[in-house]
Design a protein around this ligand. Sequence first.
Ligand code: C2O
Length: 551
Amino acid sequence: QTTRRFQFNVEWKKVTRLCTTKQLLTVNGQYPGPTIAVHEGDRVEIKVKNRIAHNTTLHWHGLRQLRTGWADGPAYITQCPIRGGHSYTYKFSVTNQRGTLLWHAHYAWQRASVYGALIIYPRMSYPFSAQIQAEIPIILGEWWNGDPDEVEKIMMLTGAGPDSSNAYTINGMPGPLYPCSNRDTFIQTVEYGRTYMLRIINAALANELFLAIEKHKLTVVEVDAVYTKPFTTTSIMIAPGQTTTVLMTANQVPDSTGMFAMAARPYLTSVFPFNNSTTIGFLRYKNARNRRGKPPNLSSLKLHSLPAMEDTAFATKFSGNIKSLASPKYPCNVPKTIDKRVITTISLNLQDCPAKKTCLGYRGKRFFASMNNQSFVRPSISILESYYKNLTTTSFSSDFPEKPPNAFDYTGGDPLSQNMNTEFGTKLIVVPYGTSLEIVLQDTSFLNLENHPIHVHGHNFFIVGSGFGNFNKAKDPKRYNLVDPPERNTVAVPGGGWAAIRIKADNPGVWFIHCHLEQHTSWGLATGFIVLNGQEPSQRLLPPPQDLPSC
Ligand code: C2O
């Protein structure tokens, strides 16, 4: 087994975008951060040195972390933060996973700029035949002229929705549709006739995104580091935390500019409070006539393969096309039967304003979010630690409700009145090792502005069903796909609908479940589950490392 070692310094770096120069939080001064490239079966050690005055943690999103929950990263869930001046080495193995993932900070809103690609090269050759000329990470993100941590603080203080970012970015570049941004445009050179593997990652905080490359077809071959049945599309929808690997052949004849636009914009069920702008970059054909590689005139820019912002039909169709490869070499291990079903709402809420304060959310109230009416409160010591050490000062309870407090019903009238005050707490689901767990995520479509990409730590899950309206316990399970459902770590639950996911709980430890829209996590749209140790030694959580930070 090879051990690959990385040194990650969390540090400030002066960066300029949109004519605004600021101190940006980075890893090793890079934005986006360094790529971690490893091989299936490797051991990985990432020494993180915190060189700032604030706490930090890093998370390897989608990496299973079998028995090594101590290295997962979410602050106060699996570890106390790494304090300024301190270090912590994340140690884990890459077991039975291959493909594209991402890593990001998991403290406050630091992942706004602290993120990068995590690439796992497969042990066996790719299950698709293609001569791949090069691999290109395409990391979508957001740029704030201000400090994202301040945005969160103000949001929590006023009860209002957060200020949106100033631009979307492709590999850290906003592109020429933003003011003062011509020079900060991502340009990728390609050669006619060659095929490229694009490892597309959505590291944005606040939005699901559409991405298209003008005139070029994209063949999806893998999502969230799981191979899919290949299918071809003109654009993709990708939620924060998701990854999509596509093959693209440079087979178009460029015009005199030699360039084709690559563009991303949000998928929104409501345009209301968000940034609804478009980031673009370019593919530049080598040897095309335009040797200086000047981008085309913006007024002649064509973006017709990019879906419109509210194109739910496209998003639904695209998600429906994703199927596990389910081949003999890569079987689909979806649990055919379940031991337990949890039905939970995923919801934004309007909370009463604390006495003597004015709240700027809506109707004088403040925004919150919840699962089954529980707004998750992060404790001040790590849940994994208090669970492992059996601390009596424990900071969580094991009684997450298994169904919504009131049967949720779209036809039941004003959704606002069904999304009022929540309870605050730290309630988790606890299951024995090996449990086949089904979680039905029911969006309550409050104010019609919900899209919730729900991420589960430490496990992949199978999306066995989804739909619009209310989940119907009698009818919908009969239509589940138990043959080749997509296997992922993050599901984009349809706004105003539901998704059913199945998890084989075979990774002992404490695992965060949350919305990967950062403001929703801040508002409490989260829970977690504890997978108890199994009988066999190989089914038990490993002991904590020596250098685990303390609170
Ligand atoms: Cu990508 Cu809990 O996060």
